[in-house]
Design a protein around this ligand. Structure first.
Ligand code: ZN
Length: 635
């Protein structure tokens, strides 16, 4: 970690946010919502009265981007009263925490709030550092933690976060804490540090982490992973696996492939199955990765994994305090010696988060196994308690319906502009993961986030299109939807001046490229868990060609016939195809003012009459065409 605090704010709350960001921006310390922080400072209310408060990181805020608004002020005296209770359920605790906020509009505070309130220091920082879970996912972690830290830290055995953990710390604190205590190690969970101010808590955090890193590098040195390249795989093998996974999940899932050295070296280990079968680094990963990965990729393996998951839920069902909302039985991490590591999620972001977490899990598993006497995760019932605890269950029940194309994967050609771009945007908005293909480099930035992949490729170049299709399947697992929108108009010229080069160019882009694409995507669409859907942007010129547009009109007519044959050949696989024939859509790359004037003159119209020549005299935009086109790709 870097020590740069010159620009740290002076006020306690600003300073807490600042040092939380330093900790949160290091993925070896904090991943995806893990960790939290607090500071005890006065709160002045609207009447001018000064209240004793604690500002705790609110849920929904990440440490790496925490701002003052993400720190919720609560009544410290009220939290101390709650700590006197003998027991408090999670649901009651969350209600009482909400009722202890000074500003009801502030986010709900962390479930670890009562622990923060108890710790007898103004500032507290907490992470789920990799090195701490490395030292504590072992048969007897105490001795090792003492060897690294002596009695500079308080050590607490694993207790599920919430009221019970706060009580556990409260009852053992005085046995271990002393003047020189710098922090607290929670086994199988993480590190707390504290001090008079957030900078002190942060410095102690960094120092304790550095000591663990140095100790591990000395006593349990590991070389960087050397993995052999995994061979290229058949795309249909990936798509078939995604189809099986989606079937057991009951919904289409995004599946992302990873073949980096960390993964391939792990897959090559002879003890892969026993090591991967151990369990997560810390229980809150179970929400993202499930308890264990699936090993292998056949349909039998998928069925067996799902069955084992259902049994695990049955076995522990009575531990839950309320009726269970069951989580689907599909794995979130798949390890297969040939396919690599595949991470699975309802969205591309879920699949990435699972990948981030498992990339941090692999080195910890290996190090503990090879140098520290063997990795040992928590027993299943502790993991179940977190996977199915009330607060997570409440989140599942609260979440409204997902957008209708969530989990599906679409490929859109001509995605950098016009109708193609509008289709890509519409598909993203409806929850699909989208691969946009265009020869224009801007395609990369048409969308943002995990669900967007822009690929610069000329659709007439079969190798480039092949690479784009491969990227789509490697990133998202398969292809459910194809929107063909790449097309050119060509020169507006009569037959006697049309050159064969111009003719060929239009045919190559508008028809030949689609024949190439369909050849590649047909077998993948046949493996779509929702039934493949294709929508092709044709043209009004198919039923009603225009003078001076021979190449364009003929190419779109040929395209229509190509689609009819695709419909015949693909129907048996449940793949459907539709063609939309837009007319007079002038906000696309095909058109410019000069061309509009030229075409208008051919019909004896002014440009404005030409723009609105339909019964409603309406202007038809790319966005409207995209909505109709995407509607044909939904249920
Ligand atoms: Zn924690």
């Amino acid at each position: 970690m870097v020590h740069h605090q010159a620009d740290a704010p002076d006020d306690p709350v600003g300073s807490c946010a600042y040092f939380s960001r330093l900790i949160g921006s290091d993925p070896d310390l904090v991943l995806h919502g893990g960790g939290n922080s607090s500071v005890k400072a006065p709160w002045s209310d609207i009447t001018g009265r000064i209240r004793e408060a604690i500002f705790v990181k609110g849920s929904g805020w990440d440490m790496g981007s925490l701002e003052v608004d993400g720190l919720t002020a609560l009544s410290l005296s009220r939290l101390r009263e709650l700590l006197e209770l003998d027991e408090l359920s999670d649901v009651d605790m969350m209600r009482e925490l909400a009722a202890s906020k000074f500003d009801p509009g502030a986010p709900n505070p962390s479930v670890e709030t009562l622990l923060h309130a108890f710790l007898p220091y103004p500032a507290v920082q907490h992470s789920h550092a990799d090195v701490i879970v490395t030292l504590t996912n072992l048969a007897s972690p105490d001795a090792l933690v003492r060897e690294v830290y002596g009695d500079d830290v308080v050590v607490i055995p694993y207790v599920m976060p919430g009221f019970d953990l706060a009580r556990e710390v409260r009852s053992t604190w005085s046995e271990q804490a002393h003047e020189g205590t710098l922090g607290m190690v929670l086994c199988n969970h993480g590190l707390f540090t504290f001090g008079e101010d957030s900078e002190t808590a942060y410095r102690r955090h960094s120092d304790l982490i550095e000591r663990a890193v140095a100790w591990l590098d000395r006593e349990a040195p590991v070389a960087p992973p050397v993995g052999s390249e995994l061979p290229e795989v058949l795309l249909t093998d990936l798509a078939r696996l995604r189809c099986h996974l989606s079937r057991v999940a009951g919904e289409p899932m995004v599946v992302s492939r990873h073949t980096d050295p960390t993964v391939s070296a792990f897959l090559a280990r002879p003890d892969l199955a026993s090591l991967a079968g151990q369990g997560p680094l810390t229980p809150d990963h179970v929400i993202r990765t499930k308890r264990i990965p699936m090993i292998g990729s056949t349909v039998e393996v998928v069925e067996a994994y799902a069955e084992a998951y259902r049994q695990y839920v049955e076995q522990h069902r009575e531990r839950a305090s309320t009726e269970l909302t069951e989580i689907d039985p599909a794995p979130r991490v798949v390890l297969d010696p040939e396919l690599g590591m595949l991470t699975v999620g309802r969205t591309a972001t879920d699949a990435r988060v699972a990948s981030d977490i498992y990339h941090h899990t692999i080195p910890v598993l290996c190090r503990a196994e090879d140098h520290l006497g063997g990795y040992q995760a928590l027993p299943d019932h502790e993991l179940f308690d977190v996977e199915y605890w009330d607060l997570e269950q409440a989140k599942l029940r609260r979440g409204g319906p997902a957008p209708d194309l969530t989990g599906s994967v679409a490929v859109v050609t001509g995605a950098a502009s016009g109708i193609g771009r509008a289709c890509a945007e519409e598909l993203l908005q409806r929850g699909a993961a989208v691969v946009g293909v265009d020869r224009a480099a801007e395609v990369v930035t048409v969308g943002e986030g995990d669900a967007w992949l822009g690929v610069e490729a000329d659709v007439t170049d079969s190798e480039a299109v092949g690479r784009a299709v491969r990227s789509a399947v490697e990133h998202f697992g398969g292809i459910d939807i194809v929107v063909v929108a790449a097309g050119i108009f060509g020169p507006s010229t009569s037959l006697d001046t049309l050159t064969s080069e111009e003719w060929r160019r239009v045919m190559a882009v508008n028809v030949d490229s689609v024949q190439i694409l369909f050849g590649l995507v047909g077998p993948l669409l046949a493996l779509s868990p929702i039934g493949g859907r294709v929508a092709v942007v044709g043209s009004k010129n198919v039923p009603a060609p225009g003078q001076g547009a021979a190449a364009y009109s003929a190419s779109k007519a040929a395209l229509q016939q190509l689609c009819r044959v695709a419909a015949l050949e693909w129907a048996a696989d449940g793949v459907r195809i539709n063609v939309v024939h837009p007319d007079a859509v002038f906000d696309t790359g095909l058109w410019n003012d000069e061309l509009i004037a030229e075409r208008a003159a051919q019909y004896g119209l002014t440009p404005d009459e030409y723009r609105r020549r339909n019964l409603l005299s309406a202007e038809i935009t790319s966005r409207l065409v995209a909505r109709s086109t995407v509607a044909l790709c939904t249920d």
